[in-house]
Design a protein around this ligand. Structure first.
Ligand SMILES: Cc1cc2nc3c(=O)[nH]c(=O)nc-3n(C[C@H](O)[C@H](O)[C@H](O)COP(=O)(O)OP(=O)(O)OC[C@H]3O[C@@H](n4cnc5c(N)ncnc54)[C@H](O)[C@@H]3O)c2cc1C
Ligand code: FES
Length: 255
């Protein structure tokens, strides 16, 4: 983990209220692994006080990109960054997805909303390891689907404006019913209700599954204890989303 003042390269629009911010860090670009996140100080000064966590979206040489949805004060400030601004970045944080697991041949990538953000890096890590990739993306409408830098993409929208009408778990289950895949493993990221539906689908279908959680975080580095995740098992015990996750094998947590 390192903290660095990184030059911003720019911000571009990627969808309705959705933007890509890129900044330069040679050191972080070499060390980030798919599924890890960066904690950004979105404004100079004290307000907002807490850093904001974002998944690493893409890496191109020494450029690092994050994909973000403007939902509040911090993300509104990020959208206004310009080339030449300096961004205070702490990272890479968290544990990466466990892609080297020999127990599967095809990664089924499931992203809901901005849960798509870690998937391009994950897809390239899987390709490097000789795994096949099938991607399922869900969003409210076509204008919020970000399908760039992904492969074998199947889409679902709540309003049916493009692709399957319904949620992304329904889409994946419908697809796998028609096109069975041998030795799959699910990697999912998105809002909690979607991740619960993915986990119950994976359990019912006996497919190994990791989910990347995106709950609220305070420090992002295991100090404030503000991001507990209940572990599976007879004793009540907790892991920390920021330090032990954000990606967890669904067999290890209560979800
Ligand atoms: C590990 C991790 C990775 C993330 N990666 C991404 C990413 O790649 N792209 C992206 O757009 N967002 C991502 N998020 C969520 C992102 O951190 C929040 O959207 C951001 O902090 C909001 O800051 P804000 O100041 O704009 O909003 P705030 O003013 O803090 O909040 C605005 C609204 O958003 C809600 N909100 C805030 N944080 C979250 C959250 N974590 N989950 C759900 N709702 C939230 C608040 O409850 C509130 O309703 C990630 C979160 C985590 C924990
Ligand atoms: S956010 Fe502080 S311990 Fe996880």
């Amino acid at each position: 983990m390192m903290m660095e003042l990184c030059p911003v390269e720019g911000v571009r629009r990627a969808g309705d209220g959705i933007y890509v911010l890129s900044f330069v860090s040679a050191a972080m670009s070499r060390s980030i692994r798919a599924g890890q996140f960066l904690n950004l100080r979105v404004e100079e000064g004290c307000e907002p006080l807490l850093r904001r966590p974002f998944s690493a979206y893409r890496i191109e040489k020494t450029s690092i990109e994050i994909l973000f949805h403007v939902v509040g004060r911090g993300t509104a400030a990020l959208r206004k960054k310009r080339q030449g601004d300096v961004l205070d970045v702490l990272g890479p944080l968290g544990k990466p997805f466990r892609t080297a697991d020999p127990g599967y041949d095809t990664g089924l990538l499931i992203g809901g909303g901005l849960g798509v953000a870690p998937l391009p890096l994950l897809a390239s890590a899987l390709r490097e390891q000789g795994k096949a990739v099938v991607t399922f993306l869900g969003a409210r409408s076509a204008s919020q689907l970000v399908t760039d830098h992904l492969e074998n993409v199947h889409t679902a929208t709540d309003d049916g404006s493009i692709g399957f009408r319904g949620n992304v778990v329904g889409l994946a289950s419908d697809f796998l019913g028609k096109h069975p895949i041998t030795r799959p493993k699910i990697f999912a990221c998105g809002p909690m209700p979607m991740l619960r539906a993915v986990a119950s689908f994976a359990r019912a279908s006996d497919i190994p599954c990791e989910v990347s959680l995106e709950g609220p975080m305070g420090c992002g580095i295991g100090i404030c204890q503000g991001c507990p995740v209940e572990l599976a098992g007879p004793e009540k015990s907790y892991a920390l989303m920021c330090k032990d996750g954000p990606a967890f094998d669904i067999r290890t947590i209560t979800i």
